[in-house]
Design a protein around this ligand. Structure first.
Ligand code: NAP
Length: 326
């Protein structure tokens, strides 16, 4: 079994969870961390068991032993850090939102293709067993045609102009941070919408603090009602409505799945393993590297491109502008 040397670029919150999950994988070697500050990188490396710590992203990328880089900086840096990593011929798993807009995502994909280096968006929920099970039920057609989706992702985060959630310079706003999950649920099941309606309440920084979207398909005969925001809490469920039943996936109940067929409802839980759930996307990256692929067959570049095009259209409709990028 080939072992891959992983490096972390940006030692923040999600990088910690991802690193903890990476240690569950036999073929992942926790090799290096990179932070803008050496002491932060060293502490992170010690905590999660990485061999080396760098106090600069580029110094880490110059290390020829690094095989694959996990990019966990704020959205506004994803394109820059991906392009830099690809320049140093490192395979890349880059956090969602893949970048700030379509133009950036296109540049990342073109560079990956030109340099023949692997690149994937870290859309982890695509790889967790419970979501795979939901897709399997939908695709089996046992509940008939999928007609409607309701999906929310909301939590209360008080306004703080400097925080990543609200700071417009860091790509703040609920859409790119958590609204992307309901959008993903609609895209992967109903496809690209024919019509998008969106309304948002903007925060004093101009980021969206509460967002409501309606996607229409097949001349309005199928719809997705999607919400995200930082102003209130929710159960954060996704409900798929079919002709003969419904599926409810509860994020609060650790992805418990409820399937209603005719009048009967059954409840089940798929084992999503020991970690936070990030190990599945990392394992998939290494399967792709074993096969010398430059993109994932499960989460291809074209999917990330469709996703960012929808996010751009929603942003255009609600008037959120990332001025250094758009
Ligand atoms: N997949 C998921 O479930 C999930 C969950 C949460 C977040 N995310 C995504 O992961 C990314 C990071 O989110 P996070 O919550 O981990 O953020 P975070 O805790 O703020 O960490 C981001 C890290 O980026 C680095 N960074 C570089 N330039 C920065 C700048 N100008 N300002 C702030 N940080 C900067 C910092 O690392 P150094 O100081 O070490 O350089 C910082 O610790 C976001 O794109 C987010 O959407 C994904």
């Amino acid at each position: 079994m080939k072992k891959y040397n992983w490096a972390i670029l940006g030692c923040g919150k999600i990088a910690g969870k991802f690193s903890s999950d990476l240690s569950l994988l036999e073929n992942a070697n926790l090799y290096a961390t990179a932070s803008r500050k050496l002491d932060k990188s060293t502490k992170f490396a010690e905590k999660f068991g990485f061999e080396k710590a760098y106090g600069s992203y580029e110094e880490m990328l110059k290390d020829e032993k690094v095989d694959v880089v996990y990019i966990a900086t704020p959205h506004t840096f994803h394109a820059k850090h991906t392009l830099l990593s690809l320049q140093y011929k490192k395979a890349v798993l880059c956090e969602k939102a893949f970048a700030i807009n379509q133009k950036e995502v296109e540049k990342m994909i073109t560079t990956s293709k030109e340099r023949k280096i692997f690149l994937m968006e870290a859309f982890w929920t695509r790889f967790i067993p419970s979501f795979k099970k939901v897709l399997e039920i939908i695709q089996s057609n046992e509940l008939g045609d999928l007609k409607m989706i309701q999906s929310d992702f909301m939590f209360h985060a008080p306004f703080d102009a400097q925080s990543r959630l609200y700071n417009i310079e860091l790509g703040g706003g609920s859409l790119l941070d958590i609204g992307i999950y309901p959008v993903f649920a609609a895209l992967i099941t109903l496809g690209v919408p024919e019509k998008i309606k969106a309304k948002a309440k903007l925060s004093p920084t101009g980021s969206d603090e509460h967002l409501e979207m309606v996607f229409e398909y097949e001349e309005g005969t199928k719809k997705a009602y999607l919400k995200s925001g930082f102003t209130c809490n929710s159960f954060n469920d996704t409900i798929f409505h079919f002709e003969k039943g419904a599926i409810r996936v509860s994020r609060e109940l650790n992805e418990t799945i409820f399937v209603k067929k005719n009048k009967e409802t059954r409840e089940f839980k798929v084992d999503d393993g020991l970690g936070f759930g990030y190990q599945f996307e990392a394992a998939h990256v290494m399967e792709c590297l074993d096969k010398q692929l430059i993109e994932s067959p499960i989460l291809p570049h074209s999917f990330s491109l469709k996703l960012i095009k929808i996010l751009d259209e929603v942003r255009d409709k609600i008037g959120v502008v990332y001025s250094n990028h758009d």
